[in-house]
Design a binder for this molecule. Structure first.
Ligand code: AMP
Length: 282
């Protein structure tokens, strides 16, 4: 498995594969890989001849008060995980390789990005769309793999790929959890022992919400109230949002009559965690 740091290296490698008629899958990540990322890579390996994993902590998607500097990084460990999962190539560029001096073109979206995480992270999705658009142009994959863990991101990327006619299949992959229910995340490493326990309140609230829907409850406010009540029992938790929206237009829902995304963002101490479930999907 090779690790490429320049766009040129990736282009040469992919064009070699294309000459052999091979299909290419892309898994974009910010590194510090865990079982969630690995599940995306494994799926990509099973559906493509060659898989490229990008490992890039994208400065453009972090707000000024966010955790760009402290975001965990360990390229040696990440490379070992990618290799073990069967990736053919890792793309690990410097920020200067992705954003040269004078960089001034962005991919922005008018829909889908204003609510949920977009409300408290106003520059986030512009950064995500711009970097993913660049990765799509650099790697030119047949398929790209994203986790439902970041459900809004998945919806946004699907929309962008369609709007901009990329012709790339966007594959959504299920959320991988710790045994006790906490959704795996690189940011879980920020949690101390007490916070780690407190963080369980997210998956607990969501599983109660899911149960209510399964029992036939269709009033979104009632379900949100239940989930909010559960999260508020934890003194270390501070809610950013608890929402139920249409999947995947992300429009607010009052009466649940089709596929919905129930999503929460909660600060546990200084760490902002997100989690969700999708219900009544066809
Ligand atoms: P990140 O490195 O956090 O930007 O995540 C890279 C990709 O991995 C995104 O598509 C995430 O949605 C996905 N991902 C992160 N955590 C999980 C998880 N627990 N289960 C499934 N996919 C995940």
């Amino acid at each position: 498995m090779n690790i490429a740091v320049t766009v040129k290296e990736i282009r040469e490698q992919v064009s070699g594969w294309r000459k052999q008629g091979l299909s290419v899958g892309l898994v974009p990540t910010m590194g510090y890989l865990h079982e969630g990322h690995k599940s995306l890579i494994t799926r990509a390996v099973s559906e493509n001849d060659k898989v490229v994993v990008s490992v890039f902590v994208n400065p453009m998607q972090f707000g000024p008060a966010e955790d760009l500097e402290s975001y965990p990084r360990d390229m040696d460990r990440d490379a070992a995980i990618c290799e073990e999962a069967g990736a053919a190539l890792v793309f690990h560029p410097d920020a200067s390789e992705m954003y040269h001096n004078g960089f001034s073109s962005f991919v922005d979206m008018n829909t889908l990005t204003g609510g949920l995480c977009g409300k408290s992270r106003p520059v986030h999705f512009r950064g995500v769309c711009t970097v993913v658009a660049k990765l799509f142009n650099i790697v030119t994959p047949d398929r790209a793999y994203f986790g439902q863990k970041d459900a809004q991101q998945l919806a946004v990327i699907r929309h962008m790929a369609d709007d901009l006619s990329y012709g790339i299949e966007i594959k959504g992959c299920p959320i991988i959890r710790e045994e006790d229910g906490l959704a795996k995340s690189s940011r879980n490493t920020y949690l101390d022992e007490k916070e780690r326990k407190a963080a369980l309140v997210l998956s607990k609230a969501l599983s109660e919400g899911r149960k209510l829907i399964e029992l036939g409850e269709r009033d979104a406010d009632k379900i949100k109230d239940t989930m909010t009540g559960i999260i508020n029992t934890e003194p270390m938790a501070k809610i950013d949002y608890v929402e139920i929206v249409k999947w995947d237009s992300l429009e607010p829902v009052k009466n649940i009559d089709g596929p919905v995304l129930a999503a929460v963002a909660v600060f546990i101490g200084k760490t902002r965690l997100i989690d969700n479930f999708i219900a009544l999907e066809d």
